[in-house]
Design a protein around this ligand. Sequence first.
Ligand code: CP
Length: 304
Amino acid sequence: MRHLMSPLDFTVEELDKLFDLANDIEKNPSKYAHSCDGKTLATCFYEPSTRTRLSFEAAMINLGGSVLGFSSANASSAAKGESVSDTIRTISCYSDICAMRHPKEGAPMVAAAKSGIPVINAGDGGHQHPTQTLTDLLTIRSLKGRLNNFTIGLCGDLKFGRTVHSLINALIRYDNISFIFISPEELRIPDYITEKLKELNIPYEEVIRLEDVMPNLDLLYMTRVQRERFFNEEDYIRLKDFYILNKDKMALAKDDMLVLHPLPRVNEISVEVDDDPRAAYFRQVQYGVYVRMALILTLLEIEV
Ligand code: CP
C-alpha cells in the first residue's frame, strides 16, 4: 500500500506517468467515469479548505466513486480528544482512500503509519502540500510543455507558505531551474531550503522588490500572507498588503510569463489581472481536479 506524504514520494518518471494520465483524463473524461465504481474517498479536514477538499471530492465523483468525511476538527470526534491514529483506524473501516489536512506538521504521516488504506497529505501545517505541488507541476507542464529551463519567482509569504516549500522541493529535480525569492525580510524563505539549494549548486537570489525582477521571470508564483500561522495580528496587518500584483507590474513581465497562485487569494493579485492571458491561477484550479483523479487511480492501483 502506498501513501502520498511529499511530492518526492514519486520519482520524476512516476510523475511523468501521473501527468500523462491526468492529461488523458482531461481529454477523455468519459473513459474514466466508472473507474472507481464502488470505491469511497474519505476527506478528513482538520483545517479549512475550499479547493483541496472539494477538488478531491469532485475527482472521486468524476471517477464514479462516493465520498464521506468531515470539514473541520470541530465536526469530528477530534473535538472530544480522539487521536489522529484512532480516527484513521476508524475511517479505514468506512472507505478505500483518505485525504487528510491537519494544522500539525507530520499528522498525516502519523495517520499513514496506522492506516489500513492509502493516506494522502492534503496539507500539514507550514510543512508540505504535495497535491498542490502536483497541481502546480501539471499546470506548468500542460501550459508550457516542459518542467525544465525556467526562472521562477516565488513571491509573498515564503516563510509559512507550505505550497512554496513543496514546490521548490519538487522543482529542484528538473534541469536548469533558477529561483528568485521575493519577500519582505520577516517572511524570507527558511534557511534549510537555501542551504539545500547551495549544496546542490542551484542558483537562487533573494530580493524585496517584485518590480525589479519581473522582466527576468518565466513563471511567477504568488502567495498570500498566511494569517493563521502568525503569532501576532499586528505583524500580519503590517505585512498583508506588502505585494499587490497589478496591471502596471504585469506590463514589466515577459509576454509568455505565467502567473500561478495556489489560492485562496486575498489582496496580493488585483482582480484587474484576472483577464490577462498570462493569469493561469483559475486554469490551475481545474488541473487540480485532473491530477487528483490521476492520483486516486494510481494509489488504488486501478488501470483503465
Ligand atoms: N490551494 C489550497 O490548498 O486551497 P484550499 O486551502 O482552499 O484547499
